[in-house]
Design a protein around this ligand. Structure first.
Ligand SMILES: *Cc1c(COP(=O)(O)O)cnc(C)c1O
Length: 413
């Protein structure tokens, strides 16, 4: 069984991380090193997660209550929760049907005198051109925030030079994971300084917490790719836990105060050390291998079923497939030894009352019809081809043209 997702971390990373949980060291020095490893210009900021960093950013910005943030219409719900917690309204920017990038043409229609910022997510591992968003943000004096949590590209992309903030995640299901952690690149030095001051007031994540996390994901990695994995998924279900949430270390269902308490911590020393290790040692070839698998699969499937595949740059963090009947395809695909899922950690961003013109129809449709295929560099090309061989007839069967017509029913032959 090819499992839906493999945790992107090596045995040596895990071993080194658990050792770091007991070795003493200076946390501030590790933090500086992690930031310098990301970007030598002093504009990098290390934090506990992208969500923690966004919360700090909005604290530091102190936007007037009731301000609006234009948010690309598909993202993880926590991002919207954080925006709203700061007294701001999230207004969705719907996506293009084919490459899943936010519609820049919609900005003109959505912007009001209350709009203060734009938050756009680079989805699935693909990356759209930020330039028109940069121009629009400049013209309207808006803060441009780029969410690259799904778009880690090794040392090839550290954020758009003209975005105000670019955010990268080292969370458990992300590429080059450090089992947590986030790195931001921030243009305004005064803003970074305010965020540092605010973060310094937070308690530090405990090493014991991080150690338990390393153990948990070590067990998951042992199960990954084995039959035992299916058993694990079933056990989660029996315990009333959603497997994808467990994998994600999701804290989606925490009540408000616990949710923010869990975000408002400084990264622990072993987490920072693991981030440094992942940033310094990451091999771009691993990314290339996965991107090549994704491009091969996309080339073998009908383009209209592959949202995002037409993006100019794509590393295939995930491979979404548009289907007419997700449960049917997931079940049939499982028979062939491929574990896919119709569950996504993402949700459409819903328009608040009064902004119903912004309803995210395309994002809703995309999420409702998408399943996520297993895809990682370790899968041999022959298995990628087999995936397509299994999928193509399944997708074709769904076409209404297959229905018998009156003519064929009465055909004497
Ligand atoms: C994973 C993800 C995040 C959150 O990253 P954390 O570091 O876990 O907080 C934010 N946005 C998107 C689009 C993501 O996929």
């Amino acid at each position: 069984m090819w499992v839906r997702k493999r945790i992107d971390i090596g045995w040596l990373d895990l071993l080194s991380a658990s050792a770091r949980c007991v070795v003493p060291g200076s946390r501030p020095v590790a933090s500086e090193r992690a930031e310098a490893a990301w970007s030598a210009d002093g504009r990098a900021f290390a934090c506990l997660s992208v969500r923690s960093g966004l919360d700090l950013l909005l604290k530091a910005l102190e936007l007037p209550a009731g301000s609006e943030v234009l948010v690309s219409a598909l993202t993880i719900p926590d991002m919207v929760r954080i925006v709203e917690h700061h007294g701001l309204a999230a207004v969705p920017i719907d996506l293009h049907d084919m490459d899943a990038s936010p519609h820049v043409e919609l900005l003109e229609k959505l912007v009001t005198e209350k709009t203060k910022a734009i938050l756009v997510a680079q989805l699935f591992g693909s990356r759209f051109d930020l330039a028109p968003f940069v121009d629009f943000a400049k013209e309207h004096d808006l803060i441009l925030i780029e969410d690259c949590a799904q778009a880690f590209e090794g040392d090839r992309y550290k954020g758009h030079g003209e975005a105000d903030v670019s955010m990268f995640s080292f969370g458990p299901i992300k590429t080059a994971t450090a089992l947590g952690g986030g790195i931001f690149r921030i243009r305004d030095e005064a803003l970074i300084a305010r965020m540092r001051t605010l973060q310094a007031e937070y308690p530090v994540q405990s090493r014991w917490f991080f150690f338990k996390r390393v153990l948990f994901y070590t067990v998951l990695k042992i199960l990954g790719g084995k039959l035992a994995f299916a058993l694990f998924v079933r056990t989660c279900r029996l315990l009333g836990k959603d497997f994808d949430e467990v994998l994600n270390g999701s804290i989606r269902n925490f009540p408000e105060d616990e949710f923010f308490a869990s975000l408002r911590q400084q990264p622990s020393l072993p987490l920072l050390k693991l981030m440094i290790r992942r940033i310094r040692n990451y091999r771009n070839e691993d990314l290339d291998r996965r991107a090549a698998r994704g491009a091969l699969l996309a080339s073998l499937l009908p383009p209209e079923n592959c949202p995002g595949a037409s993006a100019s740059s794509h590393s295939y963090w995930v491979f979404p497939l548009r289907v007419d009947d997700p449960p049917r395809i997931v079940a049939a695909f499982r028979e062939a030894g491929f574990d896919s899922t119709a569950d996504s950690s993402m949700q459409p961003v819903e328009a608040t009352d009064g902004r119903t013109e912004a309803a995210p129809e395309t994002a809703r449709g995309l999420l409702k019809s998408a399943i996520f295929l297993p895809l990682y560099g370790e899968m041999p090309e022959s298995e990628i081809r087999r995936m397509a061989e299994v999928l193509v007839p399944l997708l074709r069967d769904a076409e209404p043209a297959k229905q018998p017509t009156l003519h064929s029913q009465t055909n004497p032959l």
